[in-house]
Design a protein around this ligand. Structure first.
Ligand code: SAM
Length: 279
């Protein structure tokens, strides 16, 4: 039996049945358009050979589109009412037993995922999308690539090259793990309720080799945070607290790393930040 997708009327009926009123706090904007969920799955190039993890399956619209490919899905949902209903929705839509595993947990705290997923596909809760992405890249190294829907400003930031206006700490931290690109825009009208922000798709591929050890990552991220907390200041000032306690000490470290002490954080690539952390 082929997997069938959810329609807009069914999504609203499911929510009414569960007594769920979508909340802003949990970023609950459900996709009610089959073309959009299929577009996300196509952008992620999911095949039956993949093992997918989805964050925030909600009522299941994107989940069913992923399962339609034949790939098994592990879905992490914080809202227990939604998590509990999902297996029944999947079964009613032709999903075979065993293809869907639901983990009823906060995605920011989940530390184990069954099935060693290799692809992340999600319409992320917008208020926590960057921390969720960084948590998953850090804790689940089997994830090799993915496509996520996020607020447009966040997507632009994740995919921003150094030197651009929106380049910031999330751009550099994301780049520690791999390469990120904008992968399409999504109309507000495909959501229920309609959000008051625009959405984009962001694709990523994990780099084949790790950039450094866990200790180096922590040190690099602390330097990145300090550099962007005072993004208008020159690095010798912005980093004085984390590099030796004075701007003279910071200048010395920066010079050893081959970075101009008068540069600003937004001019530096992830490679530059890693060199500073090592120096
Ligand atoms: N995937 C569904 C869709 O496209 O219709 C729902 C997407 S909705 C934007 C975000 C979903 O993430 C909601 O179901 C919400 O309950 C869930 N969520 C919010 N915060 C979460 C968290 N910290 N961990 C796991 N799920 C979360």
């Amino acid at each position: 039996m082929p997997v069938t997708l959810l329609g807009a009327a069914e999504i609203r009926a499911l929510a009414a049945d569960l007594d769920v009123t979508p909340t802003k706090k949990l970023g609950q904007n459900f996709v009610v358009d089959a073309n959009t969920v299929r577009k996300i799955v196509t952008a992620a190039r999911v095949t039956s050979a993949d093992r997918v993890v989805e964050v925030g399956p909600g009522l299941g619209s994107l989940t069913l589109a992923i399962l339609e490919t034949g790939a098994p899905v592990t879905a992490v949902e914080i809202d227990h009412r939604l998590a509990e209903r999902l297996p029944a929705t999947a079964a009613a839509h032709g999903v075979p037993d065993g293809a869907l595993t639901v983990v009823a947990q906060d995605a920011l705290r989940v530390s184990e995922l069954p099935g060693d997923p290799d692809v992340l596909v999600a319409n992320l809760p917008y208020n926590v999308s960057v921390p969720v992405l960084l948590h998953f890249m850090e804790h689940f190294p089997t994830i090799q690539r993915g496509v996520v829907m996020v607020q447009a400003e966040v997507g632009e930031r994740l995919a921003a090259p150094s030197g651009s206006k929106v380049y910031g700490a999330p751009s550099v931290k994301a780049a520690w793990y791999g390469t990120w690109r904008l992968a399409g825009t999504v109309s507000r009208q495909v959501f229920w309720p309609v959000p008051n922000v625009d959405s984009v798709l962001v694709g990523f591929e994990r780099d084949a080799a790790a950039r450094g050890t866990e200790e180096e990552r922590l040190r690099t991220f602390a330097i990145v945070d300090a550099a962007f907390q005072q993004r208008r200041k020159m690095l010798r000032q912005a980093l004085s607290a984390v590099l030796g306690g004075s701007s003279a000490a910071a200048s010395e470290v920066l010079e050893r790393a081959g970075v101009a002490p008068t540069a600003r954080g937004e001019e530096l690539t992830i490679e530059d930040f890693v060199r500073i952390a090592r120096a």
